[in-house]
Ligand binder design. Structure first.
Ligand code: SIN
Length: 291
């Protein structure tokens, strides 16, 4: 791809903004590879500024990185969020505090107001999430990202060796109990589809870099440990993961398209904007089984 766009670091952790690139021009394999390399070099966070995309174009760009949840070659997200899926585009999950003319939610309000890695409760969790900020508050509504590779690297060798053989159980039931009003939770979601066991330390499929892979949103406990034992170790890891040194805070501009890598970041959406309208659309790429 001819480099006629500008890349600027937003944080020492790597996140970068890309100015002057219409993502619709990312079509051939060379261009896709270049974006993938830039993404890997940017701590798994790229912000494409000033995008003007139809839902079809948003979906087409995202598909360059793998099959999508809700897409013809993928599986849907958990049933509980089906009410927030775009009525015409099953690949698009809507996040919004707004309602339509009959009072139905235009998206999930206060989505992701807890640290998590998207869909970590599936055998094949999300790799990329691609969130398009169509309407964002003037101030507030930022999204925080904690870099789970930097957090892993910062641990002592002894702690790294202690964590490496461990596995953790990820279960949508954790978020269902703490983040969702009881009447909207759909019982089908607890048939085992939304529960998976993953390594606590995962290795990135492209780069070979290691990252912590636990999050308070979906991780229920460490496999084979008692609840108390799990809580002690997981509590330490959650405090460590979310130290300010590992965090990039994204202040949204309208028409940002933010692509993050759930394999090396956990994120938290800050719900501090009251009734100021916020409407975003997300596609979610199905990743590989963590190893
Ligand atoms: C999410 O967790 O996908 C929502 C992020 C946001 O609303 O900023």
């Amino acid at each position: 791809m001819k480099r006629n766009f500008h890349v600027r670091r937003l944080s020492p952790l790597g996140p970068s903004e890309i100015i002057g690139l219409d993502v619709n021009s990312v079509q051939d394999q060379e261009a896709i590879n270049e974006i993938r390399s830039l993404w890997n070099e940017s701590g798994g966070i790229l912000v494409f500024r000033d995008q003007d995309l139809t839902p079809e174009q948003h979906i087409a760009f995202s598909r360059n990185f793998g099959p999508l949840f809700g897409g013809p070659d993928g599986v849907p997200l958990q049933d509980t969020v089906s009410r927030y899926i775009h009525p015409d585009y099953p690949e698009i999950y809507r996040v919004s505090n707004q309602v339509d003319t009959v009072g139905a939610p235009l998206g999930r309000a206060r989505a992701g107001t807890y640290w998590h890695s998207d869909v970590s409760f599936r055998e094949r969790p999300a790799s990329a999430s691609v969130l398009y900020g169509k309407q964002v508050p003037n101030v507030g509504g930022d999204t925080l990202f904690a870099n789970t590779q930097a957090a892993y690297e910062d641990l002592s060798q002894t702690m790294k060796e202690t964590l490496t053989p461990l596995r953790a159980v990820h279960d949508f039931a954790v978020a269902a109990a703490t983040q969702y009003a009881k009447p909207i939770v759909i019982d089908d979601d607890f048939d085992g589809t939304n529960r998976a066991v993953h390594p606590v330390v995962r290795t990135h499929a492209d780069t070979g870099d290691k990252a912590l892979f636990v999050n308070p949103g979906f991780t229920s406990h460490l496999y084979g440990f008692s609840v108390n034992e799990s809580a002690a170790l997981l509590g330490f890891l959650y405090g460590h993961l979310t130290r300010p040194e590992f965090i990039y805070r994204h202040r949204w501009c309208e028409n940002d398209l933010l692509m993050w890598d759930n394999r090396m970041n956990i994120h938290y959406a800050v719900a501090d904007y009251g009734d100021a309208p916020r409407y975003l659309e997300r596609t979610t790429v199905i990743g590989e089984q963590p190893r």
